[in-house]
Design a protein around this ligand. Sequence first.
Ligand code: DSN
Length: 413
Amino acid sequence: MHLEALKEVDPKLYSLIIQEKERQMQGVELIPSENLVSQAVLEALATVPTNKYSEGYAGKRYYGGNEIIDKIELLAINRLKKLFEAEHANVQPLSGSPANMAALFAFLKPGEKFMAMRLDMGGHLTHGHKVNFSGVLFKVVHYGVDPKTELLDYDAIERLAKKEKPSLLLSGYTAYPRAIDFKRFREIADSVGAYAMADIAHIAGLCCTGMHENPVPYFDVVTTTTHKTLRGPRGAAIMCKKEFAEAIDKAVFPFLQGGPHENVIAAQAVAFKEALQPSFKRYAKQVVKNARVLAEELASLGNRIVSNGTDTHLLLVDVTSKGTTGLEAEKALEKAGIYCNKNTIPYDKRKPWDPSGIRLGTPAVTTRGMKESEMVFLAYLINRIIENPKSKAVIEKVKAEIKELCKQFPFYE
Ligand code: DSN
């Protein structure tokens, strides 16, 4: 990183950024919603479009001087459309929650009903949780997973949709490890006259590479963040059918947001170009392979894996099967330089602040070049900590092993 000016102007902040870079490089990032952007994406983020106000859209801005910005934004839009075979794309949402807010408001009036997965079974706050705008401003009917298989039960979802007749059916999750049958969701939505919406924030990088079904061509609206499996800057996008383009664009601006962050949009354009390369397909394939191996190895060491496995980049481990809790495991792993997050498991008997599970994912470690053999080793180290969360000696030993492993996979030189 070339940060000479920052170092001179603000040595304190410079030092904190260097410390954070070292933390990222000396630890293993297994939070499934995180990734490591390329040097090119980082460079685009730190560029002069950050200086520009560009409320509005290409060709129709509320400020002068947007000739080049229009080209940057259109480059991002066109690359994203190509990546997902989208009819229309909006790259201005600042992050996932505003993207979902704009999409919901484009299709629903306050008080209208939509159907989505419960947060504690793998949904998201913006999928109708009562403390979130989505649960306060709309009527929400929640579905969950089957208590035995911990899988989506499409027949049960269809029965609920027929009974409740929602105006919109939302699929796509933050903690569901298995493949989603988007075609079935489209059919269910059609059978009750509901709009079909998907939030593919987690699996976008898998959807655009054929590693997961891509709902964009046949769903009414699809939201995504750009910083998870898609490996771009922290931001979001909405893709929709042409007929809904105006409603979506108006819901983002002027309804919800003001000036878009054009430096982020520039960095998105770079990430979308990267995702269009054959190497990104290989990356996504390895992400899924790594997650499968991590799940299998943890299972073979006696850990209960929710739904018995994974088809995606993430897995949920019920750590109570080893006598610890999600919070205790997360903290102990953190001390050893392994980052993950505590997570509820379906029908969790524990509370969200200290649930029964941890959520692990492979996007970031795969970006660093780790493969199946490293996943086997990581599973062994994770299991050591899960079995001994209170042992300082075990944590120190694992921390040293993690540091050694990370040295073999440098990323930002
Ligand atoms: N924070 C994201 C995640 O970790 O899945 C969802 O918003």
